[in-house]
Design a protein around this ligand. Sequence first.
Ligand code: R5P
Length: 296
Amino acid sequence: MLLYFDDQEDAARRLAQAAGLTATAIERHRFPDGELKLRLPATLPAHTVLYRSLDNPNEKLVELLLATRTARTLGARHLTLVAPYLAYMRQDIAFHPGEAVSQRIVGSFLADLVDAVITVDPHLHRVATLQEAVPGTAAIVLTGAQVLADLIVQRRENPLLVGPDAESAQWIALAARQHGLDHRVCTKVRSGDHAVAVTLPPGEVTGRAVVILDDMASTGHTIAAAARLLREAGAATVDAAVTHALFTPQAMALMHDSGIGEVWSTDCIAHPSNAVPMAPLLAGALARLREAQAPS
Ligand code: R5P
């Protein structure tokens, strides 16, 4: 069985269908004071999957606590969390004295709740594996880079992939290798939530169909800054592709005003820019988990 919350019904049902699971909604009631009451099916199979992408995560983490603790009492001995977007992975060290290391805290919280986690392009930079961030769980990491590359080559002829910052180099390399594409990576200095300075790498872009590719975008400032420079340098078109469409309400307008044509994203986070479903890859990961758990 795959449990989901109604605000993520479409992506959850796509996954249930691809994985051959029964999709069942968790009922949710909000009391006038804001507290939540959840209701799950009265009995659950030993292997239960919970679909919850963790964008806007604060309330969703409380829902996960209530849902998983309840699921255990209803028969779910093995709980897998499918969280295509895994929140709080960016703050992985205390950059200044006194800062909460959110990745470690939220990772341990999730590890206490579930037995396995499947996610897509988690923002891990100073730890090498998801197991370090969510200790003691079976953890599977997928990437959106290659399926985005598949889409990009359908939509643009001979595209040049550009990563907006050093951290994007890993996804640019994967996507470029998938189809043998030209690729480059910019440098970026962020001085605030809404302040970034991007520098283009050397190389001609005149007349090229450029696609900026990154794991996530939020305010859109990173993509917008890169797009402005690429347009000034003579790119024929500049589009953007991201795994996680975390976009703020202003982000799309900012990017389009900066010369971005199309914005494509995976459905890890529901957004009008979604162009690539992750269900086939997520279903494959669930199948691998089941195989690993099957008695030999
Ligand atoms: C940072 O390393 C990420 O990969 C993105 O570049 C960043 O989160 C984008 O944020 P924004 O859209 O707010 O510039």
